[in-house]
Design a protein around this ligand. Structure first.
Ligand code: NAD
Ligand SMILES: O=C(O)C1=N[C@H](C(=O)O)CCC1
Length: 265
């Protein structure tokens, strides 16, 4: 039986790719999409999709669920909308697969408790690309031996959140194994605010935003007379799509929230 999928943010860069991915998948059916404004009755009315894409467009999640009964909601919207979408989806017994970044720790905790209470699978994946997951796992391993680390994440200039969800997740994974330390000179002073980047438990995170970039990250480790750089580049958004499809299938087998694909691959 096919998995009934709804996608929030279908006109976005990621959402549009996800629409094509689900439409091409032989075990999935795109039953609806969620937009935030009236843009037509079905995807076929939008210039960007072919006439065969007949999934209806809703602006209200309750109505979407009532009319089309999806199993999974894939959210690729923005940091302002995603928390509410995830909560509503769980409350309506639809399993969320969330690619949107920008959650606070408190929001993640609350959603985790809600998923547990509802006994529903929920995946929050700051990065769907397998190479990025490996980069984070390798960085966690390296940090056991080289605790001086700085993260440089580089994204396109339309990105709303900084640092990226991937950079935060990388820092959290490193934090699990790294003995706490403040890096750099104890008396260092910024003569221009922000010059040393964001401070995550003593680690520094630097965010670059430029047109032409997609999603890139370097994790730099310094040691005596040596430097280790672990780097990942997403060159297009297709790099994320096998991860999206994997999550839609996996979330159907789960009964709790998982934050990060490294926990299920
Ligand atoms: N997890 C990953 O691997 C991964 C990869 C790329 C991007 N992202 C994240 O996915 C999100 C989307 O990225 P993008 O580059 O596609 O952005 P985008 O700006 O191109 O698309 C976002 C879309 O969401 C729509 N939207 C905004 N508010 C909405 C709402 N309330 N309801 C429904 N739709 C709404 C917008 O109209 C837009 O079409 C971002 O948070 C980004 O960080 C995650
Ligand atoms: O394009 C974006 O925005 C991306 N966001 C994610 C993040 O914040 O880590 C993943 C990579 C692309």
């Amino acid at each position: 039986m096919s998995i009934r999928v709804a996608i929030a943010g279908p006109r976005g860069k990621m959402g549009a790719e996800a629409v094509h991915t689900v439409m091409k998948h032989d075990k999935m059916e795109l039953v609806a999409v969620l937009d935030y404004k009236e843009v037509g009755a079905t995807l076929a009315e939008l210039d960007m999709f072919p006439a065969s894409y007949t999934a209806p467009i809703f602006t209200d999640m309750h109505e979407l669920v009532e009319v089309t009964a999806p199993d999974v909601l894939v959210d690729l919207t923005n940091p302002h909308a995603v928390y509410q979408h995830t909560k509503e989806s769980l409350n309506l017994s639809v399993r969320p697969v969330i690619g949107t970044t920008g959650f606070t720790d408190a929001q993640l905790e609350e959603l985790s408790a809600l998923a547990k209470e509802k006994e529903l699978g929920c995946i929050i994946a700051p990065n769907f690309a397998i190479g990025a997951i490996l980069m984070m796992k390798f960085a966690k391993e390296a940090a056991k031996y080289l605790p001086d680390v700085e993260i440089i994440e580089m994204h396109h200039d339309q990105k709303l959140d900084a640092p990226s969800g991937t950079a935060v997740k990388t820092a959290q994974m490193i934090q699990e194994v790294r003995s706490q330390k403040a890096q750099g000179h104890p008396e260092e002073k910024e003569t221009l605010e922000g010059a040393r980047g964001a401070d995550f438990d003593g680690m520094r995170i630097h965010s670059v935003r430029l047109p032409g970039l997609v999603a890139h990250q370097q994790v730099l480790f310094g040691g005596d007379g040596q430097l280790l750089t672990i780097r990942h580049d997403s060159l297009n958004r297709n790099s994320f799509m096998s991860g999206v499809a994997f999550c839609v299938e996996e979330v159907m087998k789960m009964d709790q929230l998982v934050y990060g694909l490294e926990n299920i691959i």
